[in-house]
Design a protein. Structure first.
Length: 112
């Protein structure tokens, strides 16, 4: 399967929907399609060929500088907030961000 950005978003959304349904924590098991991804993240997997700059190209990086440059590992990023406090509300905030960026991607590239 070729991993397009659209498919990467869809896999990330599926993952975060599972986390939200599990009250903000990782579920016991992910589908194989998600488990085999870098960081279990479609967006990380999609950007991995860019090497050490992969986070700079991630559509959910929001321009926040972190340990690895512009990344979701920055203290202020919604992912890091969730990672430090795994609540359903924090997981929902990450899912909302991914959905927002996905919607913008669809409008830009698929006109709809």
């Amino acid at each position: 399967m070729e991993l397009t950005l659209k498919k990467a978003f869809e896999l990330s959304i599926e993952k975060w929907e599972m986390i939200v349904k599990n009250n903000g924590d990782h579920p016991d098991k992910y589908p194989k399609e998600i488990t085999c991804l870098i960081n279990k993240c479609g967006l990380c997997e999609y950007n991995e060929p860019r090497g050490t700059d992969m986070c700079n190209y991630c559509p959910i990086n929001c321009g926040i500088i972190g340990v690895y440059g512009v990344s979701c590992n920055a203290d202020e990023h919604l992912y890091t907030i969730w990672s430090d406090d795994r609540t359903k509300a924090n997981a929902q905030a990450v899912l909302d961000l991914i959905n927002e960026k996905y919607t913008a991607h669809l409008k830009r590239y698929y006109h709809g």
